[in-house]
Design a protein around this ligand. Structure first.
Ligand code: URA
Length: 254
């Protein structure tokens, strides 16, 4: 095999590459061994390149989380130190509500009050969220589950960073798989962009149903943003009405 091809494969994490091993014989000359050994072993290396190895580790971690039930997932999240946020927060905020809910609401990350109480959306933004839910005859915990993209509060409520989102996302993905909601309402830019894997703005994503893991997903503004931006409250109300009618359609179909 050409060394260029060998290097390319190695860079892609596709080692081991099989190559003929040479060995010393008694006379001191080297001969081709009858057996083949992995090229990496032949060079005294045991691991894939660092970038490839961390991708393998992330896949394995994701696969482990994807096998967990609620009784494993909760303590795993509580004990998680995969990113640096656990060092600065008080506790993890797992999520709350009906584990068989039709509605899953997803926010960004715990704030100060959520961090203190261990429950999502219990501060000012949470009060507005409860009022918004009441507007479409919903109540937290009653056919509704509420979770965040990040389970730990970023210090000073700063924006989540990409590596933190990447480490925490398998937990939310598993929550979605376990709940199997009929509809996800993603609230705010981070939740929408993370779940839809896009850079698009909320304004451009509103008004139609998207999909996350096969579950219909509707986007709307974050309640904390709505506290500061009254004009967009009317748009959020439109989003909620759209979500309610989509849910009615989904129920009628089943
Ligand atoms: N903002 C969020 O996104 N989530 C919370 O739990 C609280 C505020």
């Amino acid at each position: 095999m050409s060394s260029r091809r060998e290097l390319l494969l190695e860079e892609m994490g596709l080692t081991p590459i099989w190559r003929v091993r040479t060995r010393q014989v008694e006379s001191g000359t080297t001969v081709a061994d009858a057996q083949y050994v992995p090229a990496a072993a032949g060079r005294g290396e045991t691991a894939a390149p660092a970038a490839a190895q961390s991708a393998i580790d992330a896949d394995e971690r994701g696969a482990n989380i994807a096998r967990m039930d609620w009784t494993e997932l909760r303590p795993t999240v509580a004990a998680c130190t995969a990113c640096g946020l656990r060092k600065t927060c008080t506790q993890t905020v797992f999520g709350i509500g009906d584990e068989k809910a039709d509605w899953l609401l997803v926010g960004e990350a715990p704030g100060a009050e959520e961090d203190a109480r261990g429950e999502p959306f219990v501060g000012q933004a949470g009060k507005l969220l409860d009022a918004m839910l009441a507007g479409i005859d919903l109540k937290r915990g009653d056919d509704v589950y509420i979770a965040n993209v990040l389970k730990c509060r970023p210090p000073g409520n700063r924006n989540p960073e990409a590596p933190e989102v990447a480490k925490c996302s398998p937990y939310l993905r598993r929550q979605v798989e376990l709940i199997r909601p009929r509809l996800i309402l993603a609230m705010g830019r981070f939740a929408c962009q993370t779940l839809l894997d896009t850079d698009s703005s909320i304004a451009s994503l509103r008004g139609r149903a998207h999909s996350y893991q096969g579950v219909p997903l509707i986007v709307t503004y974050h309640p904390a943003y709505l506290l500061r931006s009254l004009p967009d409250k009317a748009k959020a109300w439109e989003d909620l009405c759209f979500a309610r009618s989509t849910m009615a359609d989904l129920r009628a179909q089943s």
